[in-house]
Design a protein around this ligand. Structure first.
Ligand code: COA
Length: 266
């Protein structure tokens, strides 16, 4: 069964499956794809289901219209009491974790505004490709708040404390080129070529050995906060496991036989 056939009809997500790549498009254009409880639950559900689906080997996550996602639905905050506000924040963290724990690589194709929770959503993905119209920011300070989805600490680790404080204390937006200079954007594309670029990258990764790709996602994430020695011990443990896999046998045989490998994720 295709992954799209196995998924429910979502209110805010459009799914398209092609060549083992699933493209997930967030659609709430009139509110710049600002996220509410329903959208967060849908993203969590979608990425949890993708995890189990062997037909999908890479995912592209993008937004429709002029935003990737303009963060949490601020209007919804008016109606929240403290309990509801924290429940909303918890739901957000669950959504980021569903992407971080998804066994497939997730490429954020950032088409426009990625603000607050929208920037944190991109940072929960594995690779970020940005249109040259993209704008990244953590503007919660303008609401008298701080970001709740892990963005402060991620930016501080990525770009250092000085840049992190400047960005979060002003709420200033970064361009795609600045994102590339700060090393969280991998490639910058013209707006009309963004999806094509992200899809080509996803297809390339989808053609690699799935267990090795899955291991690389885990290794980079787990190694980030470990000592170099510990992180390299993780590398060796995963390598030893992979050596016994069918895919490694196939990759090594294909090299010797001068043919393309046929990986099955086993
Ligand atoms: N929550 C709820 N609605 C939002 C939203 C958000 N985070 N971001 C945008 N919208 C809505 C606007 O209220 C507007 O709705 P309306 O037409 O019913 O008034 C619609 O999306 C279009 O946004 P608009 O502000 O008119 O577009 P713009 O191009 O002038 O400005 C932004 C774009 C992104 C600069 C501006 O919308 C903005 O600052 N949004 C808030 C971003 C933010 O603070 N995110 C973190 C939230 S914790």
């Amino acid at each position: 069964m295709t992954v799209t056939a196995s998924m429910p009809a979502y209110q805010y997500l459009q799914l398209e499956e092609k060549e083992a790549v699933l493209v997930v498009t967030i659609r709430r254009e009139e509110k710049l794809n600002a996220m509410n409880n329903v959208m967060m639950a849908e993203l969590t559900d979608c990425f949890t289901r993708i995890r189990e689906h062997s037909g999908v080997r890479a995912v592209v996550l993008t937004g429709s219209g002029k935003a990737f996602m303009a963060g949490a639905d601020i209007n919804g905050y008016n109606e929240f009491d403290m309990g509801q506000f924290f429940a909303f924040q918890d739901k957000g963290r669950e959504m980021y974790r569903a992407i971080e724990n998804c066994t497939k690589p997730v490429i954020a194709a950032v088409n426009g505004y990625a603000l607050g929770g929208g920037f944190e959503l991109a940072l929960a993905c594995d690779i970020i490709i940005a249109s040259d119209k993209a704008k990244f920011g953590l503007p919660e300070v303008k609401l008298g708040l701080v970001p709740g989805g892990g963005g402060v600490q991620k930016i501080a680790r990525l770009a250092g404390p000085f840049v992190a404080k400047e960005l979060t204390m002003t709420g200033r937006f970064l361009t795609a080129a600045e994102g590339k200079a700060l090393l969280f954007v991998g490639q910058v594309a013209e707006p009309e070529r963004l999806l094509e670029t992200a899809f080509a990258l996803a297809r390339d990764i989808a053609g690699q050995a799935p267990l090795a790709v899955q291991a690389l996602k885990k290794l980079v994430d787990a190694g980030r906060d470990a000592s170099l020695e510990t992180a390299q011990a993780y590398d060796r443990a995963y390598l030893a496991n992979l050596f016994h896999s069918e895919d490694a046998k196939e990759g090594i045989a294909a090299f010797a036989e001068k043919r393309p490998p046929h990986f099955q994720g086993k």
